[in-house]
Design a protein around this ligand. Structure first.
Ligand SMILES: [Zn+2]
Length: 97
């Protein structure tokens, strides 16, 4: 095991540190990417839950619409207050529990 050159060792250490630094950057980039992805998912969720749906100004309006739908064979709709727009929408998702 002979020829350890201190300078080579120092080079290796600084390379190692540089490697750590870049993996931190990678981690931060990954975090940001994840954040963008979450924003994207949130956007998709809002579109499904809110923007694509008809909006009712009040619970009574939404319930009336659900009742009319039921009369026309579209049963099982319920209304919910939208946390995105503050209006009311109808959903066919069953309530459980
Ligand atoms: Zn909405």
């Amino acid at each position: 095991m002979g020829s350890r050159k201190p300078s080579a060792n120092a080079k290796r250490i600084s390379a190692f540190k540089a490697g750590l630094g870049s993996s931190d950057d990678l981690f931060i980039r990954e975090e940001r990417r994840q954040g963008a992805l979450d924003a994207c998912r949130e956007e998709a969720r809002r579109e499904r839950a809110c923007e694509r749906k008809k909006r009712y100004a009040s619970r009574a309006d939404a319930e009336e619409a659900a009742r009319l739908c039921a009369e026309h064979g579209r049963r099982g709709l319920r209304c919910y207050k939208c946390s995105y727009c503050g209006g009311w929408h109808l959903t066919s998702k069953a309530l459980r529990g």
